[in-house]
Each structure stands twice: as C-alpha cells, then as structure tokens.
Design a protein around this ligand. Structure first.
Ligand SMILES: [Zn+2]
Length: 117
C-alpha cells in the first residue's frame, strides 16, 4: 500500500493485491474489502461478521444494565444541598477576599499617585 506517483497518473497502489486506485474513496473501500484483508492476512478483523453467542449477549445486557444503575445508591438530598450551600459560601468568601485585595491595591495606587503629585 503506497502512494504511487509513478506511471501516468497519481494513485494508490496495493502491492498485496497488485491494483492501483486513482480515487481515494475507492482506495478506502479496497482497504476494507474482504479480498484485501485476506491478501494481507488480516481476515480476523472481520470478526464482527459472526453471530454473537447467547452467553456474549447475556454478558453485554448485564454490562448495559450495570451502566444504567445510579452511581451513588445512597443519594442523600440533604447532604447534596449542604454540599451545594457550602460551595456557594466558599465562592462568596473568595469574591469577598478578591474585592478586599482589589480595594487595598486601589488605595495603595491612589496613595502613590497623591505622593508623587
Ligand atoms: Zn489490497
């Protein structure tokens, strides 16, 4: 498989199948074709072609059912609200602190400007 610029037109050449394609969509189709995969010894990638066993289907259903279950089974509304309120208080405190620092910087800048006048 290589981009072949030799010959009359550029194209993709598959050395395993000894074919050249001048159009990339057909090239991609070729790369996924059963005959090409067989030629390069990768027939096993066609595994999805086979039918799943009953056991595999059961296992998959079980996995999907597990995914549907709520992550936190002991969901506590009060605790959840308390956590959210705590986060809101922390955010308020952070903003208060930011304002305090900004005011202090503004006062310092004002004092500096007054001193330098
Ligand atoms: Zn091929």
């Amino acid at each position: 498989m290589s981009l072949n610029l030799l010959g009359d037109r550029p194209g993709y050449h598959c050395s395993a199948c000894r074919v050249t394609y001048h159009d990339s969509l057909r090239w991609i189709d070729h790369c996924n074709s059963r005959s090409h995969l067989k030629a390069i010894g990768q027939e096993h990638v066609l595994a999805y072609d086979r039918t799943a066993t009953l056991e595999e289907v059961r296992k998959r259903i079980h996995e999907l059912a597990e995914m549907q279950k709520p992550k936190n089974e002991s969901y506590d509304l009060r605790k959840n609200i308390a956590t959210k309120e705590e986060a809101i208080e922390e955010e308020k405190a952070r903003k208060r602190e930011d304002r305090r620092i900004r005011r202090r910087q503004e006062r310092a800048a004002k004092r500096y400007n007054e001193d330098s006048e």
